[in-house]
Design a protein around this ligand. Structure first.
Ligand SMILES: C[S@@+](CC[C@H](N)C(=O)[O-])C[C@H]1O[C@@H](n2cnc3c(N)ncnc32)[C@H](O)[C@@H]1O
Length: 324
């Protein structure tokens, strides 16, 4: 499983590059754009596939967008922030970029205050968390940042609906730390009804995961007031989520560009899987000293991919599951 993590991450970042290119072109008349990367990571990462190729992280992808995004703010924990700052400053000395060290839930206020003069400009926030690091008030602040006559800050959030149930240990004694972080991320404990229904066998594991993503989309639309949300879901064959990316926008153009980016990613998935498979076969051959002997037929894309399914879901969210 871990080996394939590389191409999922790459696929997510390819969607980001595609979306930001469209976002920037669609915003040309505004002349200014703002990009906020709340979990910025590193400038570059190495694929876990045997090819070990370099994957440019979200900061460099955002900086590579053409036409260029004008104002970029990257949030990272202190241990990683300095390295990221050095690398970005060296590569892009002329750009209006800053790396803000610290917990983004705490540093967000100062950054949004600094950006108040630009609260009319098209603004996109990427929230590429690992599990449940983002707190609901941060999403509220982002959603309220823009002037009321302008579309809200667009949000693109990683919702780890497949990881949360494992972290919670729903089949045993619940982990109170994960319960509390899940409440903080959703800004509510409404997901608890679906959890109890799953523990009682009323909902299946995949249904519970779906309820988690649905609740986040529902709250983005009904509480934060976004006009439209859509989810991009990567699942294994048992129907279990690996992760979901949720997009929230007020803008028809934004929704169209993300729909196109998601559909492109769906079409490219077999090619990415094929490349991962090829890279593994080559690595095995090299281990055996048999370079160039792999069977090309075995590299054909699977007619029915056995590993994972990618779904682009724009059906409107339903009201959260209620057991009581
Ligand atoms: C999944 S990685 C981000 C990957 C990155 N977007 C990329 O494309 O390469 C999540 C990052 O968030 C950082 N992080 C975790 N908690 C954070 C927090 N509360 N505030 C800011 N950064 C955080 C971690 O150090 C890690 O580098």
């Amino acid at each position: 499983m871990a080996r394939d993590w590389g191409w999922w991450t790459e696929q997510k970042l390819d969607i980001l590059s595609d979306y930001l290119a469209g976002f920037s072109k669609a915003s040309i008349r505004a002349k200014q754009t703002v990009y906020l990367d709340l979990f910025a990571g590193q400038a570059e990462n190495v694929s876990r596939e045997p090819s070990r190729h370099t994957i440019q992280g979200s900061p460099k992808r955002a900086l590579a967008v053409d036409p260029p995004l004008s104002v970029l703010r990257f949030f990272e924990l202190p241990n990683n922030a300095q390295k990221l700052e050095n690398s970005l400053r060296a590569a892009y000395p002329q750009r209006d970029l800053k790396v803000i060290p610290g917990d983004c839930n705490e540093t967000i206020d100062d950054v949004l205050t600094e950006l108040t003069p630009l609260n009319w400009a098209p603004t996109f926030a990427f929230l590429d968390q690992q599990s449940t690091e983002v707190e609901w008030p941060t999403l509220v602040k982002l959603a309220r940042h823009k002037r009321q006559d302008k579309p809200k800050t667009e949000l693109w959030l990683l919702c780890a609906s497949g990881l949360i149930p494992r972290g919670l240990r729903i089949r045993g004694n619940l982990d109170p730390g994960v319960v509390s972080r899940t409440n903080e991320m959703f800004g509510t404990d409404e997901w608890f009804d679906a959890l109890e229904a799953t523990q009682n066998g009323i909902l299946s594991g995949p249904q519970f995961e779906h309820e988690l993503t649905n609740l986040m989309r529902w709250r983005m639309e009904r509480v934060l007031g976004y006009r439209k949300t859509r989810a991009f879901r990567v699942m294994n064959t048992n129907g279990r989520d690996i992760f979901e990316m949720i997009f929230a926008t007020d803008h028809d153009a934004g929704d169209k560009i993300m729909k196109w980016s998601y559909e492109k990613a769906q079409r490219q998935q077999p090619a990415l899987r094929l490349r991962a498979k090829l890279s593994r076969l080559q690595a095995k051959e090299e281990e055996r000293g048999e370079v160039g002997l792999f069977d090309a037929a075995s590299l054909a894309p699977d007619p029915a991919p056995h590993g994972y399914t990618v779904v682009s879901d724009d059906k409107a969210p339903h009201s959260p599951f209620r057991g009581r």
